[in-house]
Write a new protein. Structure first.
Ligand SMILES: *Cc1c(COP(=O)(O)O)cnc(C)c1O
Length: 307
């Protein structure tokens, strides 16, 4: 795979790579239309967040940001964004109430935004049920953006980050688990890293100086979306006091409030990158070229030699 680096300046090779990606995006759009009767723009950015639903994996930070984007779209007449399709998928363990409420929030925000004619040309949100290997096979080749946003220090490795990379998606993530190795391999220009690092997270746990209430009181965007868990456009079928109470009851144990602004800025950076199509395709190829390091042969040999 590393030999693909020979083609990073080859416009026709990059165009062919893009054609392959577009084929699988069309394929996924057709699947979504068939199964959910939702039309998504196959030319939009496919931004995918699939994994078990868990607080540390912070699907909730993703959906809170989409609520924020919706607010911005209504309030700021100059607000501009590239069309994007946000795809979520993942199972919640049977007794994991907060995970199930997170899925309910994603579906609720999706149904409001997808039905809103003012924004739904620019964004669609889809929650795919029953995430498993067969669905994963449709998703990875169709992804442009790989959401890997767990709280730094919490993800042992992650493997979907590798699958996305191997399929030419650009990682938008924290320095956590194998995102660290991806970042080391492809460099700052070919992934988008944001947020607290593992040491900063550990320091907060040790010194107790983090306050969810302070973050909420000092960050108007957070204040607004957290209030919208209780009242506003996303509560017509019941509010999300469950999630509201979870944030304050746990003192935002996974630092969603703290990383929120950095996460929004990371999305601005990824959009800016996508606007330069040639550079994007080049980054995509660089990611594929370096993904061989995640070969299970290499991994197992290293375990055998060193451990
Ligand atoms: C890869 C994969 C996972 C693991 O995903 P992570 O993002 O690494 O947590 C879970 N479920 C399925 C179906 C997968 O393909």
């Amino acid at each position: 795979l590393i030999k693909l680096l020979h083609f990073t300046e080859d416009a026709s090779a990059l165009e062919k790579l893009n054609k392959v990606k577009q084929f699988y995006k069309n394929n996924l759009a057709t699947f979504i239309k068939k199964k959910y009767s939702i039309s998504v723009d196959p030319l939009s950015i496919f931004d995918i967040h699939v994994k078990r639903i868990h607080s540390y994996k912070r699907q909730i930070m993703n959906i809170l940001r989409l609520m924020h984007v919706y607010n911005e779209f209504y309030e700021n007449p100059n607000f501009d964004m590239l069309p994007r399709t946000y795809i979520f998928g993942g199972k919640a363990a049977p007794s994991y109430y907060i995970a199930k409420e997170t899925i309910r929030l994603i579906n609720t925000v999706a149904s409001v935004i997808n039905a809103d004619k003012k924004v739904n040309k620019k964004m669609k949100i889809i929650f795919l049920e029953n995430y498993g290997i067969s669905l994963a096979e449709k998703l990875f080749p169709a992804a442009n953006v790989s959401e890997q946003i767990s709280t730094a220090g919490k993800e042992a490795s992650g493997t979907s980050n590798m699958k996305f990379m191997m399929n030419g998606a650009i990682t938008l993530g924290t320095l956590d688990g194998a995102n660290v190795e991806i970042h080391d391999a492809v460099g700052d220009d070919n992934c988008v890293i944001f947020g607290l690092n593992a040491n900063e997270v550990l320091s907060y746990y040790q010194n107790g100086r983090y306050s969810a209430w302070d973050e909420y009181n000092n960050n108007p965007a957070i204040h607004r979306v957290i209030d919208q868990l209780l009242t506003g456009p996303f509560t017509s079928n019941g509010d999300f006091r469950s999630l509201y109470n979870y944030f304050f009851g746990s003192n935002d144990e996974y630092f969603v409030f703290k990383d929120f602004d950095a996460y929004c800025q990371a999305h601005n950076r990824i959009e800016k990158k996508y606007r330069d199509a040639a550079a994007w395709h080049k980054s995509s190829l660089i990611n594929i070229a370096h993904s061989g390091m995640f070969s299970s042969d290499r991994t197992i040999k290293e375990y055998a030699d060193d451990i």
